[in-house]
Design a binder for this molecule. Structure first.
Ligand SMILES: [Zn+2]
Length: 130
């Protein structure tokens, strides 16, 4: 299964953890607006793609430049997912819990991850044309 090339635009609706322990149901969207919620859900989907593509290369997570601290925070994949889910549930970000003792070499920016995913998609498209 995992040896096949990954289509970055295919989600994984079969994620066994999806829908579990989700107190947010219809009628109670929490403090986030529908648009904000959608953004967070898209970030979560992007995160799945980035982790699938980058984790095999040794990337452990993403680095985010914090506007409050004016220094980079390092988040591993699980922490990023936890933070986004927390944001969905509570409407409040939880950005000041960076990974413990991170190695900066193992973290990339959202922009890098997005560019990498786009590049992989282009490569897959090109090879299909040959
Ligand atoms: Zn900070």
């Amino acid at each position: 299964m995992h040896d096949e090339p990954i289509d970055p635009f295919t989600g994984d609706p079969a994620d066994p953890s999806a829908g579990l322990d989700d107190p947010v149901e219809d009628g109670d969207l929490g403090p986030l607006t529908e648009v904000e919620r959608q953004d967070v859900l898209e970030d979560l989907a992007d995160l799945e793609v980035y982790q699938a593509l980058l984790a095999p290369n040794g990337v452990r997570g993403l680095v985010i430049e914090c506007e409050d601290c004016r220094e980079p925070h390092y988040f591993d994949w699980a922490l990023l997912r936890g933070n986004l889910r927390h944001l969905l549930d509570s409407g409040r970000p939880r950005v000041h819990e960076p990974a413990y003792d991170p190695d900066p070499d193992h973290y990339v920016t959202w922009e890098y991850a997005r560019g990498y995913a786009d590049g992989v998609h282009d490569t897959l498209s090109d090879s299909e044309e040959d």
